[in-house]
Ligand binder design. Structure first.
Ligand SMILES: [Zn+2]
Ligand SMILES: [Zn+2]
Length: 632
């Protein structure tokens, strides 16, 4: 659209979730935060999401900018100290900020985290507000102790926010949600925490700022980092009225539409002109949840399976309105790929190109481009631009797909395969019009499917790069006689067995999470009789062969001798043992388990292993015994 854009993003590395998880994994918070940061960076790149700068809120630039902003707020008289009562764990001997504590929401009574009532009313909770607090680390009942903390005078910004929100662009749902909160209540906001991990509160070595202070300040800091590397002045963006547009998840509207503009206003920075909040993500029509296994990992489940990033990008852009819930399911994914990308879009590009290459010596044919075609392209361009300006990516992609459908009908109705036999000139006119539609489709779809459209651009024999073309270029007629490239299939069908396999991996993860959950809750199992135990055919086996299973990084295929008989066993031990270390090992085998197929391979027995926090440790006899010896 011809606009100069700086595209900034970053990892939010501070806050209690990082510290709590790092502690649980015996790591330093910095190590865990860096691990996540690198992973995000890698996944974004793998998906063709090319930020100008992808920063980390633990970057020095963010420490500096955050302290600067806090000082500016203090100088402006917007920060004051106040004694409050905080949850404190007598056993862990520490204060319990944010997610270190769980208890009862003082507003709705539901179970809530220290800083947010995420299962109930959705309110942001201030330190000390939570009732009947329990320490998340050791489970002890927390006490309340008095301590001095620092508050931001958010209540003073009520009038400003009401006016500001009226003019805020982006999704109406975000604006209205924030407006409701501001109208109802606007309490001063505690901006310090008792923690070591984070950005130090100026003048207090024992306090850091609350994560929601430095997380958005990251946007400024990352701009500064990019500007420093590119010889530009960050103030042009944050002090001088650039249009700032935030793209956020629907669950952080409160922070971006209330805390953030008030902070910017107080400290004297450019205010965002739009906040675009997406709807939440569902997987298979159920709430996305890592702990329940209801998740599809972009790297493991998608990119590593050889799926092209552009297909998922298309899915997300075209599924629904930006502020509505997005549901992902493999079945829908395959349908969209097969009908929309293969059947409509790819089919048209391929037909137009193949027919021209074959019948017009690999060149754009002569003839006048149909005026109706040019009008359709023009109309599509207007719709795409208005879709993008409204942040409605579905509207934009839908209108591109409508143009592809029009192209298919145009080709079909004009029957160039008949014309070519006795009226080559007319066939040329039809094809030149079709190729013009193809060029327009590539330019309009490029933001959604950059790699695929770059390939299509080359197939059309066009010079330069599709990503550099302004939308206007779609109306520039293809030159007659221009050499066309080699037509190739852009999109391939998602075949049923592959889709089923992807779905099976997903379902298996849910089952595993469920059984893990059951294992946790059912600590005490019911008694069984000695006869019940005797019905298990347990014996000592020896692993004779071991090898990997294609497509699985968890399972190994084994051949186990159980005393004159060999059983094929599929075991989930690939992450714990390498195949060559297993051959010759004696193991405990459950020989009369009903056979089951895993990855298409029959498993005819089971090995016993200890489940050491998810890692398998094989059980084996202390001393060497004869293979086939019974276990009693
Ligand atoms: Zn609540
Ligand atoms: Zn504790």
């Amino acid at each position: 659209m011809g606009k100069v854009v700086l595209f900034i993003c970053g990892s939010d590395s501070h806050g209690t979730p990082i510290v709590v998880n790092a502690e649980a994994q015996g790591m330093a918070p910095k190590t865990l935060a860096t691990k996540y940061h690198q992973h995000f960076d890698e996944v974004f790149k793998g998906m063709g999401v090319n930020f100008d700068f992808f920063g980390d809120t633990d970057d020095q630039a963010c420490h500096n900018r955050t302290q600067e902003v806090v000082k500016e707020l203090m100088d402006g008289g917007y920060v004051y100290p106040k004694e409050i009562e905080l949850a404190y764990c007598p056993k862990c001997e520490r204060y319990l900020p944010d997610r270190y504590v769980e208890g009862e929401c003082p507003y709705c009574g539901k179970t809530a985290r220290g800083d947010e009532c995420d299962m109930g009313c959705g309110r942001h909770l201030e330190p000390g507000e939570i009732k009947n607090a329990i320490c998340k680390v050791c489970g002890s009942k927390a006490e309340y102790r008095k301590q001095i903390h620092y508050f931001f005078k958010l209540s003073e910004f009520k009038g400003f926010l009401l006016k500001y929100l009226e003019t805020l662009g982006g999704t109406a749902s975000a604006r209205n949600y924030a407006m409701e909160w501001v109208r109802a209540e606007l309490k001063d906001w505690c901006i310090t925490r008792n923690m070591a991990w984070g950005i130090k509160f100026p003048g207090h070595s024992d306090l850091v700022v609350y994560v929601w202070v430095d997380a958005p300040i990251g946007y400024i800091a990352f701009t500064e980092e990019w500007c420093a590397r590119n010889g530009q002045d960050w103030k042009d963006y944050w002090k001088d009225g650039a249009r700032i547009i935030h793209f956020i998840g629907g669950d952080i509207v409160y922070h971006h539409c209330i805390f953030w503009p008030a902070m910017l206003k107080g400290a004297g920075y450019t205010l965002p002109s739009a906040v675009v909040a997406s709807g939440m993500l569902k997987i298979d029509d159920k709430k996305f949840s890592k702990s329940r296994g209801n998740v599809i990992w972009v790297k493991d489940d998608y990119l590593d399976k050889g799926l092209h990033p552009d297909l998922l990008r298309y899915y997300l852009a075209s599924y629904t309105a930006h502020n509505k819930e997005v549901n992902f399911a493999w079945k829908i994914f395959a349908d969209k790929v097969n009908t929309e990308l293969v059947g409509a879009f790819g089919n048209f590009l391929n037909r137009a190109l193949t027919f021209s290459v074959k019948n017009f010596e690999g060149e754009v044919p002569d003839g006048v481009i149909d005026a109706e075609v040019m009008a359709r392209i023009s109309q599509t361009m207007a719709e795409v631009i208005s879709g993008l300006e409204e942040y409605e990516f579905k509207k934009a992609t839908d209108s591109v797909m409508t143009l592809a459908d029009y192209g298919n009908i145009y080709f079909q109705n004009h029957e160039p395969w008949k014309l070519i036999k006795n009226d080559k000139a007319s066939a040329g006119t039809v094809l030149r019009s079709c190729l013009q539609i193809a060029k327009a489709l590539v330019i309009f779809m490029e933001p959604v499917m950059p790699a695929k459209m770059e390939a299509a651009w080359k197939q059309l024999g066009l010079v330069g790069s599709a990503c550099e073309m302004p939308f206007q270029e779609a109306l520039a007629p293809l030159a007659a006689g221009q050499k066309l490239g080699v037509p190739e299939i852009l999109f391939s069908r998602m075949e049923e067995p592959f889709v089923k396999e992807l779905d099976r991996i997903f379902k298996e993860r849910i089952e595993q999470s469920e059984s893990k959950e059951k294992g946790k809750t059912a600590k005490k199992k019911g008694e069984i009789s000695f006869e019940d135990f005797q019905s298990l055919d347990l014996c000592i086996g020896e692993i004779k062969k071991a090898g990997p299973i294609k497509g699985s990084n968890k399972l190994l295929k084994l051949e186990v001798d159980i005393g004159g008989e060999t059983r094929q066993v599929v075991a989930g031990i690939a992450e714990a043992y390498s195949p060559e270390d297993l051959v010759g090992t004696q193991v405990v085998v459950l020989a009369n388990l009903k056979p089951a197929k895993l990855f298409g391979i029959e498993s005819q027995a089971m090995l016993l292993a200890a489940d050491a926090s998810g890692k398998a440790v094989l059980l084996r006899p202390r001393d060497q015994v004869e293979t086939g010896t019974k276990v009693r």
